[in-house]
Design a protein around this ligand. Structure first.
Ligand code: 2HG
Ligand code: ZN
Length: 462
């Protein structure tokens, strides 16, 4: 702890002692990310139970010049929600503000507080026959506030867009301690600047999201899940075009899995693909409110074999089998972590460039970082590949980053498609974004947070 007794007294008298954690093992879950790559030391952890309390904490911190790190489910992959090791930063956890405030089945909206677990919000929507389509491996722990602050992606972006496309209204506590209440559930609202967009994906550096209203969709009654093997990523892209012809806008996920990813999942999670091994696999999900989906999926599979695009394939016969196919994809991250050290890259390139990107990045690594292994998988339908490189302890992560990101840049891609910048990619963003864009980002940051007290060192260097 590195803060004055007076400052602590001001926090505890406003929140009550139970909402302020100053030492002991209770601090630990808030101090480090779940992969334990970014260990920090908080000055203390505060757990407000209302927007008014969040605003009060921000004011107290501002008066004392103490930096604040907002935190949701702490499931991020870029170290964006944990404090630095200085012992001077207060972690503001939103996990006590967890209510679903309202679900409107006719208006098709859900209003939830920032600390509401994504899965809880999904289930609340589902209970009234509606779909909250944000779907990611961490949905059992990730929170609505974090999902909005990170503009989370996941496996359904292909059909429903990133989180941004689902946010109708937002409540944000600004760095000066005032509350911007934009909790409107309007489908159309062109009245002036759409300021909420600034905070979506700002990773807690411009304001603290305290509640959100998200758009819902009709919950599809039918779904099909298929796993196919293909010879190479170019064939996977041909399969995407074919699936779009046969299944159209009913495709909700189109995921690419390399043989290496499958091998890791077999080794560490004991799960095996029920089809003949190929070098690459594609997991497709389609969903619809109308019947006829399975027939369409069978026609697609037949055409994929006929046109020699797919080597092998299976359509799940039941919900349980669909879950087994998804488990293969969902266990890649965890299996990769068990294998050892990896250098993660969350990149996107224009969709049609994915095969060439994979070839060229592979060649560049073989030349510049021999002995490394690539674990590539991800959201092919979005041009977003998790191009993770398995390295041994001695390998310099910076060298690997440079090789991969230079190839990404050559294809006009992004060094962070969905995971954000956090603290992990601050240097990479500064390197690959144009100066004008970085200057604009700094102007926005200075305008909203002139003292630089909100999540310092994340996204932009201090
Ligand atoms: C996924 O798509 C997540 O499973 C995690 O974005 C990706 O582990 C990763 O690199
Ligand atoms: Zn992903």
């Amino acid at each position: 702890m590195n803060i004055s007794a007076d400052f602590l007294q001001r926090l505890t008298s406003a929140l009550g002692p139970a909402s302020v954690i100053t030492d002991g093992p209770d601090l630990e879950p808030y101090s480090v990310d779940w992969r334990r790559l970014f260990p920090g030391t908080p000055a203390c952890v505060v757990r407000p139970s209302s927007t008014a309390q969040v605003a009060h904490i921000v004011q107290v911190c501002r008066e004392a010049g103490v930096p604040l790190v907002p935190q949701g489910g702490n499931t991020g992959l870029a170290g964006g929600a944990v404090p630095d090791p200085s012992g001077t930063q207060v972690v503001l956890s939103l996990n006590r503000m967890a209510a679903v405030r309202n679900v409107d089945a006719v208006g098709m909206t859900i209003e939830a507080e920032a600390g509401c677990i994504l899965k809880v919000a999904q289930d609340a929507a589902s209970a009234v026959g509606r779909l909250l389509p944000i779907s990611l491996a961490a949905e059992g722990s990730a929170t609505i506030g974090g999902v909005v602050a990170a503009n989370a992606g996941g496996v359904n972006v292909l059909r429903y867009g990133m989180t941004r496309s689902l946010v109708l209204g937002l409540e944000v506590v600004l760095p000066d301690g005032t509350v911007a209440n934009g909790l409107r559930r309007l489908r159309k609202d062109n009245a002036g600047y759409d300021w909420k967009q600034l905070f979506i994906g700002s990773e807690g550096t411009l304001g603290i999201v305290t509640a959100a209203i998200l758009r819902l969709l009709p919950r599809p009654k039918h779904s099909v899940t298929a796993l196919l093997s293909v010879a190479d990523p170019a064939a996977a892209l041909r399969l995407l075009a074919l699936a779009q012809d046969e299944l159209g806008d009913q495709i909700s996920a189109f995921e690419l899995i390399s043989a290496t990813s499958m091998q890791l999942v077999a080794k560490h999670a004991g799960l095996k693909a029920p089809i003949a091994q190929g070098d690459w696999f594609v997991l497709i999900e389609a969903a619809s409110s109308l019947p006829g989906l399975r027939e369409a999926a069978e026609a697609m599979l037949g055409a994929a074999f006929e046109q020699e695009i797919a080597l092998d394939g299976v359509i799940a016969e039941s919900g349980a089998q669909a879950a087994q196919l998804w488990a293969l994809r969902e266990h890649v991250t965890e299996s990769e972590a068990r294998e050892g050290k990896s250098v993660k890259h969350d990149v996107s390139v224009p969709l049609t460039e994915v095969p060439r990107f994979l070839d060229e990045a592979g060649e560049a690594l073989a030349a510049g970082a021999p002995g490394t292994r690539v674990n590539a998988f991800g959201h092919l339908g979005d041009g977003n590949i998790h191009y993770n490189v398995l390295v041994d302890a001695g390998q310099d992560a910076g060298v690997v980053n440079r090789i991969v990101h230079d190839v990404v840049a050559a294809f006009g891609g992004s060094i962070s498609a969905e995971h954000g910048i956090g603290q992990y990619r601050v240097g990479e963003l500064a390197r690959y974004r144009a100066q004008t864009e970085l200057d604009l980002a700094r102007k926005l940051k200075r305008a909203l947070d002139p003292d630089g007290l909100l999540n310092p060192g994340k996204v932009l260097s201090p």
